[in-house]
Design a protein around this ligand. Structure first.
Ligand SMILES: [Zn+2]
Length: 74
């Protein structure tokens, strides 16, 4: 069985992220691909980064923590 584990970097699954799920993907070293255990997404690092960029565009501030007093500026 292929050795699977976390890649050198943790990437969230862009496919799940688009659906408001924050899932860390696993890395298949044999294939050089990241894969998601929740959906059927697999992709190479470049593909993951590209798709995560799209997701980030949609959720630009999602990963940012806001302090309550920052909200008052909006
Ligand atoms: Zn997924």
């Amino acid at each position: 069985m292929a050795q699977a584990g976390k890649g050198r970097l943790n990437y969230r699954c862009p496919s799940c992220f688009m659906r408001d799920l924050d899932i860390d993907m696993f890395y298949d070293a044999d294939k050089g691909e990241y894969y998601c255990i929740r959906c059927q997404y697999t992709g190479r690092e470049e593909d993951v980064l590209k798709k995560n960029d799209l997701a980030r565009f949609r959720y630009r501030c999602l990963t940012r923590r806001f302090a309550m007093d920052e909200f008052e500026q909006f």
